[in-house]
Design a protein around this ligand. Structure first.
Ligand SMILES: Nc1ncnc2c1ncn2[C@@H]1O[C@H](COP(=O)(O)OP(=O)(O)OP(=O)(O)O)[C@@H](O)[C@H]1O
Ligand SMILES: [Mg+2]
Length: 261
């Protein structure tokens, strides 16, 4: 059952929000026996930003891929609005209003910006008016993409390509969006624009799950943060908790120095 988050922190927004998506004690493996998640629990609250941080290889991307149905738990459950979705494939996740922007570049470089965005509209491709409306919405949010709508996606800068990927995820009007390292290898100015944009999503009624190597930015933008290591929970809390909890700060400091900007 979806439940209210227990009062753990002084963060009112997080506490008052309802849990919409939840992994409970999830174990998952690649190829059946390469065990990566070892009893991971993550609660995602509605219209909040849930950050997931951890060192390289901690299992952050695997956690997102498992939430999205690319891998299925061997133990534990994943629930959406209280309904068990542990065994749904990714296309059903999309049909349930969940969008996913993977860590690695996922555009078709030899297609135009607009054709890449149109691919995101595949589910409702016969409704031309809705396709036009959704494209215009993306162009409104990212005006540079309107200018470059006919350019090949592969010719855009890394940051502009990230905007296309975000736009392509948003055309389905998701209720939840999962973002894996949205600013990795992106210039600082565009990174800031991307974080500013992510911060607006809860206000648009979109719940965010954000995996990030950039600990400082992730903590700043997130309502609640989970720390992962070796596929397990190592700590959690709000930005306020992070600022005051010496144990959390010490733990993160071990792998923070080369990741923070
Ligand atoms: N397709 C795969 N098959 C087998 N092992 C994999 C596969 N993908 C990832 N792994 C392994 O799973 C572990 C966790 O990887 P994952 O990509 O989830 O970590 P991460 O926390 O996202 O790391 P990073 O910060 O580098 O993105 C690593 O040891 C990785 O080598
Ligand atoms: Mg990763």
């Amino acid at each position: 059952m979806a439940r209210k988050q227990k009062k753990k922190t002084p963060n009112g927004k997080w506490e008052q929000a309802r849990t919409i998506l939840e992994m409970r004690d999830v174990h998952a493996a690649y190829h059946g026996d390469i065990s990566i998640l070892n009893g991971l629990s993550i609660a995602v609250n509605e219209n909040c930003i849930t950050g997931i941080i951890g060192p390289n290889g901690a299992g952050k991307s695997t956690a997102l891929k498992t939430m999205y149905g690319f891998l299925h738990p061997s133990k534990g459950t994943i629930a959406l609005d209280g309904r068990d979705i542990s065994n749904l494939p990714p296309y059903d996740m999309m049909a349930n209003g969940i969008a996913f922007v993977p860590q690695n570049r996922s555009l078709f470089n030899d297609l135009s910006v607009e054709d890449n965005l149109r691919l995101g509209c595949w589910q409702f491709r016969s409704d031309r008016r809705k396709v036009t409306r959704e494209l215009e919405k993306v162009y409104g949010q990212f005006p540079i993409l309107k200018e470059k709508r006919s350019d090949l996606a592969g010719s855009l800068s890394g940051g502009q390509q990230r905007f296309v990927e975000l736009g392509r995820a948003l055309v389905v009007e998701p209720k939840i969006i999962m973002l894996d390292e949205p600013t990795a290898m992106i210039a600082p100015k565009i990174s800031r624009e991307i974080y500013d944009f992510i911060a607006t999503l809860p206000g648009q009624g979109i719940t965010v799950v954000l995996v990030d190597q950039n600990v400082r930015q992730c903590v700043n933008v997130s309502d609640y943060i989970y720390i992962l290591d070796l596929g397990r929970n190592r700590g959690e809390g709000t930005a306020a908790t992070f600022a005051h909890d010496e144990h959390l700060k010490e733990m993160v400091a071990d792998w923070l120095d080369y990741q923070i900007d």
